[in-house]
Design a protein around this ligand. Sequence first.
Ligand SMILES: NC(=O)c1ccc[n+]([C@@H]2O[C@H](COP(=O)([O-])OP(=O)(O)OC[C@H]3O[C@@H](n4cnc5c(N)ncnc54)[C@H](O)[C@@H]3O)[C@@H](O)[C@H]2O)c1
Ligand SMILES: [Zn+2]
Length: 344
Amino acid sequence: MQHTVTFPSGTVNYAFQCSAEELAQHANNRPIVVVTDEHIAGLYPQLRSRFKTLTVPASENSKDIRTVEKLAGDLLQMEAGRNTLLVGIGGGVVTDITGFLASVYMRGVSFGFIPTTLLAMVDAAIGGKNGVNTGLHKNILGTISQPEFILYDTNFLKTLPGEEWSNGFAEIIKYACIFDAAMFEELTKHNIGYYQGNYASLSDLVEKCVHLKNKVVLADEREKHQRKLLNFGHTLAHAVEKLYGLTHGKAVAIGMVAACIISQNRTSLDEAVTLKLKSLLQQYGLPVRLDLNVENVMSILKMDKKRTNDNIDYILLEAVGKAAICPLPLAEIEHALISYERNH
Ligand SMILES: NC(=O)c1ccc[n+]([C@@H]2O[C@H](COP(=O)([O-])OP(=O)(O)OC[C@H]3O[C@@H](n4cnc5c(N)ncnc54)[C@H](O)[C@@H]3O)[C@@H](O)[C@H]2O)c1
Ligand SMILES: [Zn+2]
């Protein structure tokens, strides 16, 4: 099942319920170089035997400009020219690095993705944002450019560890909170075990998330207004992720709870919603609290990409399925974090 979506920066061909075996069809005789991580290369040795393959260590720490430089050197050594098709096969770390590398190598070569984590399938591979971190700051260097194609092969999920399923559900729960109360209700009725045993429902859920994200990115690819909504939970998540060595999904879960607590004061969100969200996150194996050092967190938050002057565009909830962009003064966020730290 294929469909194409044309964004301002490029057209993406989405191939759902597909097999990674179909990759060669998308190359149209161009030379393919696969980028993956060492963990996936070990689990799927056929990748290395079929394609020229570059690997990075399986870690968020690989999202670093030095990795991009090293990979560019490897591409030169392989004599990879501008007609090369780079294909990122992996989780969000691999897709973020591959998209960035492809958009700067020789001023831009074509690229595609085969996401292999649930998180990358529903979020990281979609939308054209790619990039690397700088020190403790997430995604500081990057570009917006769309992959030519995204191939969905859910068979990869058979080897995905349970913790990574939870991380993927953090982003799925995020979509439900900001856009889709019915999806939120559906999620409350199931758990990870249900979706692991029911790939048809899982594929439906993945496609629904792809559709929700594409709709927002189509309207606002460069994040001037409504794309900001997708950052629900992410302002705090990006500040604590590297600081406390959390996975992205866990950091987002904690960030969503904090955003709900701030919403209770700012948008009069019913406290019952915060409690429902907490219990849903726990149902999917995600954390809902974190002991944090407010001063350290604030020093990272100050460099948030959503900051203008002394305000950060914080994404708050008004109800399940309804989010709003609220410019919050840094001092108010600091105050909220102090009371979160004391009371949660
Ligand atoms: N560009 C975007 O719009 C966007 C959106 C959301 C998240 N992200 C980024 O994505 C990253 C997180 O992505 P992630 O959660 O996929 O993490 P990840 O890429 O680190 O993958 C998590 C782990 O799962 C392993 N793995 C991957 N596929 C596997 C499989 N099929 N079987 C077994 N193991 C497998 C990996 O080797 C790794 O150890 C973060 O850096 C985050 O900032 C980007
Ligand atoms: Zn995210």
